[in-house]
Design a protein around this ligand. Structure first.
Ligand code: SF4
Length: 316
């Protein structure tokens, strides 16, 4: 079992509904069970996948999945069809109400309990440590963490908890050192619509005075054709350091939307190879079967937020 150099002292907390332990530490089996519940397998981003006759699946969990829509205060009109949410996450939750949707509800309850107990930042930080250690234990040498394969920063308290945890993780105070592999950072990223007045600018809580998110954390402004004005205002103001991920009909449509958003202040742009059909959700990399993002890493630059490209996601 790989082991991290962990922060001490342990974080003591009062038991709250949904918590099975009074101590939030991954050395405790109740906490490990809780952290495991918070994670979701994500085929596109996982560092270990398998392909069988029944399809591909993630062997290593490296993402979170909160209830679609309910945890998305910045959802747009494109997120809705005629009368209901039509994003991929909502479609999957409707197809699997007893498993996927119920697990998402459970995760939201855990976060709400932690925030009510003023332990959100501790829970977030323990989750970062846990997901890092768990991947190394599987032999995954470049561990990643995708916040919100479904859902978003749904409250100011929740966003602040993640900001504190991610800044501690990226501060150098916590050393991502593994006994077997030496220093290995955890790379984290997400896409958010929790910006602009419609979302109460919750995502601004993840930025410092210079407009940067935590070191090692890439925060994308997610957008679509119904959000051009909102995203343009964002990148012209508080969110000027952040890259944009735009959902579009195709690459040309995406490039046009980015022109409307950025004007002449352009940024390097890539079309997601998966959503444009050039790469499968699961691929081979160095003899291993992994999620596409684990190999591609365009959205996970190690050289800082300013080097992250804008991404076009062609949604067919
Ligand atoms: S561009 Fe690359 S890293 Fe970003 S979502 Fe697509 S496959 Fe993943």
């Amino acid at each position: 079992m790989a082991s991290a150099v962990s922060i001490r002292p342990r974080v003591a907390m009062r038991p709250a509904p949904g918590f099975r332990s009074g101590v939030l530490d991954a050395a405790d089996s109740g906490t490990r069970e809780l952290l495991e519940d918070l994670l979701s397998g994500d085929m596109k981003t996982t560092g270990a996948a398998s392909v069988t006759a029944s399809g591909a699946r993630a062997l290593s969990k490296n993402a979170t999945w909160l209830p679609a829509g309910r945890t998305c205060p910045g959802r747009s009109s494109v997120c809705y069809g005629a009368d209901h949410l039509q994003c991929y996450a909502a479609v999957l939750e409707r197809a699997r109400p007893g498993s996927l949707a119920r697990a998402a509800d459970r995760r939201l309850a855990i976060w709400d309990d932690a925030l009510a107990a003023n332990k959100g930042k501790e829970l977030a930080f323990e989750l970062l440590k846990y997901v890092w250690d768990r991947q190394l234990s599987r032999g995954i040498t470049r561990p990643t963490f995708r916040l919100h394969a479904s859902g978003d920063f749904y409250s100011a308290a929740y966003a602040t908890a993640w900001d504190i945890a991610l800044r501690l993780a990226g501060s150098g105070l916590y050393q991502w050192v593994n006994r077997d592999h030496g220093p290995i950072p955890l790379t984290t990223w997400t896409y958010t619509r929790s910006y602009g007045s419609v979302a109460g600018d919750i995502a601004a809580r993840l930025l410092d005075a210079e407009g940067a998110p935590a070191p090692g954390f890439t925060l994308y402004l997610s957008s679509d054709e119904s959000m051009v004005a909102r995203t343009r205002n964002a990148v012209e103001g508080r969110y000027h350091r952040l890259p944009v991920a735009v959902m579009a009909d195709d690459a040309d449509h995406g490039a046009d939307l980015l022109r409307q958003i950025r004007g002449t202040d352009t940024r390097r742009t890539l079309v997601c190879p998966v959503d444009s059909g050039r790469m499968g959700h699961v691929v081979e990399s160095r003899g291993e079967t992994v999620g596409a993002c684990y190999k591609c890493r365009a959205c996970l630059p190690v050289s800082g937020i300013d080097s992250a490209p804008d991404i076009i996601f062609p949604i067919h």
